[in-house]
Design a binder for this molecule. Structure first.
Ligand code: ZN
Length: 203
């Protein structure tokens, strides 16, 4: 029953303008009628995985276009307001990372550069440029799929999001759908090596 409510909520939220009303109803149902902390927490885990899977779908689009497969989704009050994937090669522009493109779309949609009550789900740990953009856009929380030991700036090389000298800190949660997020990257680079394309060796 609870799972059905959860999926119905997501279906309507993603497809209709009644999203806000349904969203409120959903949380009332979860919090008031089904007054069970364990079940509520389970729904929250399902939510995280659901949104990360949407980000993975974006990453798959990048994969199909021979881009490094990274996808990002921005969610506000349970509603997806922006989705994007890496377009660095296609646009020949080093700033066209999934996170930056998603932030641009969200700001345009909300007509506001401040994304204070928005969360981002991203399949790969953001680089220093994207971590900077997360701080600048006041994103509330970032959910990260897998870590980037070479250029990750949210815990690997640096952790810019938790540098308390900045005027805004972004909450972080690691390891949402970690295996799937790792797999798509591993598959991509494996295929790339197999095809002996050296185009991406300097990333
Ligand atoms: Zn980046």
């Amino acid at each position: 029953m609870l799972i059905l409510i959860n999926w119905a909520h997501k279906f309507f939220c993603l497809n209709f303008k009644l999203a806000t009303i349904l969203n409120i109803c959903y949380y009332i149902l979860c919090l008031k009628w089904i007054n069970c902390k364990v079940l509520y927490e389970r729904i929250m885990i399902l939510d995280k995985e659901y949104y990360m899977k949407l980000a993975l779908k974006e990453a798959k689009k990048a994969y199909d276009e021979l881009e490094i497969p990274v996808g990002a989704v921005i969610v506000r009050d349970g509603i997806v307001i922006a989705k994007a994937y890496n377009k660095k090669e296609k646009k020949q522009d080093s700033t066209k990372h999934a996170e930056i493109l998603a932030i641009q779309k969200a700001s345009k949609k909300l007509k506001n550069w401040r994304l204070c009550d928005c969360d981002m789900y991203v399949t790969l740990e953001p680089c220093s440029m994207c971590a900077g953009a997360l701080i600048q856009s006041r994103i509330r929380k970032v959910y990260i799929g897998t870590m980037d030991e070479k250029t990750g700036s949210c815990g690997s090389v640096f952790n810019l999001l938790k540098d308390y000298k900045f005027n805004h800190n972004v909450d972080i949660e690691y390891g949402v759908c970690k295996e799937d997020c790792e797999k798509i990257l591993k598959d991509f680079f494996k295929e790339l090596r197999k095809n002996k394309k050296n185009k991406y060796t300097n990333i």
